[in-house]
Ligand binder design. Structure first.
Ligand code: CA
Ligand code: CA
Ligand code: CA
Ligand code: CA
Length: 252
């Protein structure tokens, strides 16, 4: 009995040590809102921004599109410069990331981004993803894997009408958190220069599903992200040695 409680004490000690190691890593927050970066971002096809020791490269897509940071709730893409595309109808806008309309429409606007040193994307911050209209953001990771972020209430809205998230043909569905459309603690590692691609979509309604007030997806915005440096190999080793020593002491 004593041995078992000692084991648990050691395990808790190891977890506390790992948490302490994690919290010691400084967080760097990139925020996009209200022209925080002025003309270095808004109106540009590509931009460089910085937060602490990190530099971030951003590129708007498709070709001809420009970054737009004018809205208080985050970054959008202005595609008025994309030949054959419409980006300013009743359901979309130049300060949102949305699906384009017009002859060259059908695909989403995109933001491709990378960093000048390695690290971990800890938190992703979005705005304007609506639950009942089945809007989503997708993030293509450097390894090609695709993550899909839906509203925290999307599952609830679907189940109200006898459906579920499993009815959506989307890869790796990851619900956002509460009403803020953010995802904390996602922890996506990257190397310097690794490219991520952010895009938007709205899933076709399953047959028989009717969104409240018959609303349609209308684009959404990217508020930013928080990155932390990679866990130091030395720090983790010290944590591991400390945890083992603690466990050994408790078991003796
Ligand atoms: Ca747009
Ligand atoms: Ca929306
Ligand atoms: Ca939402
Ligand atoms: Ca948010």
């Amino acid at each position: 009995m004593f041995r078992r409680s000692g084991q648990w004490t050691a395990i808790w000690g190891a977890m506390a040590c790992l948490a302490a190691c994690g919290s010691a890593r400084a967080a760097h927050s990139f925020r996009f809102q209200s022209n925080l970066h002025g003309a270095t971002v808004t109106g540009q096809s590509s931009a460089l921004v910085a937060a602490g020791a990190y530099g971030m490269s951003l590129t708007a897509g498709p070709a001809g599109a420009a970054l737009n940071e004018t809205h208080p709730q985050g970054m959008g893409i202005d595609s008025r410069g994309v030949a054959g595309a419409l980006d300013a109808t009743s359901t979309a806008g130049v300060d949102k990331i949305n699906v384009l309309e017009g002859p060259a429409g059908g695909a989403s606007e995109t933001i491709t981004f990378s960093f000048d040193r390695s690290g971990v994307i800890r938190d992703l911050l979005f705005d304007g993803i609506k639950d009942e209209t089945l809007e989503y953001f997708q993030l293509t990771l450097p390894n090609g894997e695709l993550l899909t972020f839906v509203d925290a209430e999307a599952e609830f809205r679907l189940t109200q009408q006898g459906f579920s998230l499993a009815d959506l043909s989307l890869p790796n569905i990851t619900p956002l958190v509460d009403g803020n459309d953010d995802r904390m603690g996602i922890n996506l590692p990257f190397a310097a220069g690794d490219a991520f691609v952010l895009s938007y979509g709205n899933h076709p309604f399953p047959t028989g599903y009717v969104p409240r007030q018959n609303e349609l997806g209308n684009g959404a915005r990217w508020e930013g992200l928080v990155i932390v440096p990679e866990p130091s190999g030395l720090g983790l080793t010290l944590c591991g040695v400390g945890a083992l020593l603690g466990m050994r002491r408790k078991l003796l």
